[in-house]
Design a protein around this ligand. Structure first.
Ligand code: TYD
Ligand code: MG
Length: 452
């Protein structure tokens, strides 16, 4: 029997199987398998870090002092762990149209101003289209090398000749290698192309940024297929309805993950938001029942967000519940805890919970703020508007400790807040003056904090 010459890949995560599967065992997505030819000798196997070399003692390895290049967009630099590491491979993933090309072109603009040799390769836009985008971003002080190409063999020979210091590949799903018998955007092409780029990046010390579109329909392979091959994975996220964008590190060999950078998309490109709390709290009502400010952490930074709840009598057999910006099941669970522990008839109430500003927060420390907002709306009593709340709520209604409590309190104080409601266990370890700390043990103690 002839040897099988095709395999099946999951477009979401790259899981490989010899037969078609309805659901991917790797990432659990449905209908994500596609048939692709087998590649005999993969670049992935060959493209290790540069050439063969001899073992070296750790103490003999030289570190370059200026190994990191600061971009000059501090939100971006922080997410990268303090700038671009030379020879690193960075994946920037995100939905189409979220602003990946814009962000990277803005980065190129600042880098050429620093006299860096930067090459921007686009497989999606013509040179004129890139120029049009560049014009929106303002005057380029340095000169940027542009290339509109999708054939990786061409790109490889050009890059080896030109040797840029930094390179952007927009996007990996448009790139192809001729010897791979599959269409651009297929799992094999994406993997092979990334292997070539990794080879170039590590061999020549070129810091490379790869754009990867996240796809809902699964037409092309998703960026998760190449997550394990790159050094750093950044996701650019945002809401269709809001103009802010969040750059999040989900993997970083050269820095901490869970760092985020916040941007706003404007007419002339992305601008940094260095104080996201202020931005998120714009237009917050004063002393209204159902509105509570939560201190949540995004990386090492405190993010103050407004949690809103609206609880009212239901007119349906099944009460309506919605949760925007946080986990729906968590909200249901917290309402059940309220019902059981405080004896409130939640089953006869509709409840709508919303994290204002369009942020999505799934941190357990948000629990206490959600519970406070629901209770505040139910009793129609407000919390002092200079109050912030954080803490995890357990199933017996106990308020549990959360991480980085002192940081949250310090940042809230800096922003002019006067009262902080927090878990009693956290309070015992915090020594901060100038802000009133109200430690609570369980949600019954919340009642006394609500004002008429
Ligand atoms: P883009 O960077 O092309 O997204 P991606 O590369 O992730 O697909 O962003 C495109 C969107 O951003 C588009 O809807 C227009 C908008 N935009 C602005 O609002 N202001 C700007 O200055 C630019 C360049 C784009
Ligand atoms: Mg783009």
């Amino acid at each position: 029997m002839a040897k099988k010459s095709t395999v099946f890949f999951c477009k979401e995560c790259g899981y490989e199987s010899s037969k078609w599967l309805g659901q991917c065992p790797g990432c659990k997505s449905w209908n994500s398998f596609t048939e692709e030819p087998v590649i005999k000798k993969t670049t992935a196997a060959r493209a290790n870090v540069g050439n063969f070399s001899e073992p070296k003692y750790l103490s003999d390895v030289q570190m370059n002092e200026d190994e990191r290049t600061q971009i000059g967009i501090s939100e971006f630099d922080r997410v990268l762990g303090g700038g671009i590491v030379s020879g690193s491979l960075v994946l920037v993933g995100g939905d189409p149209g979220i602003g990946k090309s814009t962000l990277l072109l803005q980065m190129c603009k600042l880098l050429v101003e620093k006299k860096k040799k930067v090459l921007y390769i686009s497989g999606e836009e013509s040179l004129r289209q890139i120029k049009m985008r560049a014009e929106r971003l303002g005057q380029f002080a340095g000169d940027l090398l542009l290339l509109s190409e999708t054939n990786l063999d061409q790109i490889q020979s050009l890059v080896e000749k030109d040797k840029p210091e930094i390179m952007v590949v927009d996007s990996i799903q448009t790139m192809f290698k001729e010897e791979v018998n599959a269409s651009p955007g297929s799992v094999s092409q994406v993997r092979e192309s990334t292997a070539v780029l990794m080879h170039l990046a590590k061999g020549l010390g070129i810091s490379t940024f790869i754009v990867g579109h996240v796809t809902k329909e699964g037409v092309v392979a998703g960026p998760r297929v190449l997550e394990h091959m790159v050094d750093t994975v950044l996701y650019f996220e945002g809401d269709n309805t809001a103009s802010y964008r969040i750059l999040r590190a989900v993997k970083n060999r050269f820095g901490s993950t869970n760092e985020v950078g916040v941007f706003e998309m404007k007419n002339n490109g992305l601008t940094e938001i260095s104080n996201p709390s202020e931005y998120m709290l714009q237009g917050k009502p004063e002393d209204e029942p159902g509105s509570v400010i939560a201190a949540s952490m995004e990386g090492t930074r405190t993010m103050l967000v407004e949690v809103q709840a609206l609880v009212c009598q239901t007119y349906y057999n099944m009460p309506r519940r919605t949760a925007a910006g946080t986990d729906y099941n968590r909200v249901n669970l917290l309402m059940a805890v309220l019902e059981k522990r405080l004896g409130i008839q939640m089953a006869s109430c509709d409840a709508y919970v919303n994290v204002a500003g369009g942020m999505r927060i799934n941190e357990p420390a948000l629990d206490l703020a959600i519970v406070s907002a629901i209770l505040s709306s139910y009793r129609n009593k407000s919390l002092n508007s200079k109050t912030i709340v954080f803490g995890e709520v357990g199933l017996t209604g106990e308020v549990r400790a959360v991480s980085m409590a002192e940081q949250r309190v310090l940042d809230a104080k800096k922003m002019g807040y006067e009262v902080c409601v927090l878990p009693q266990v956290n309070k015992e370890h915090i020594k901060v003056n100038g802000i009133k700390l109200l430690g609570i043990r369980n949600i019954r103690e919340l009642n006394s904090l609500l004002h008429e």
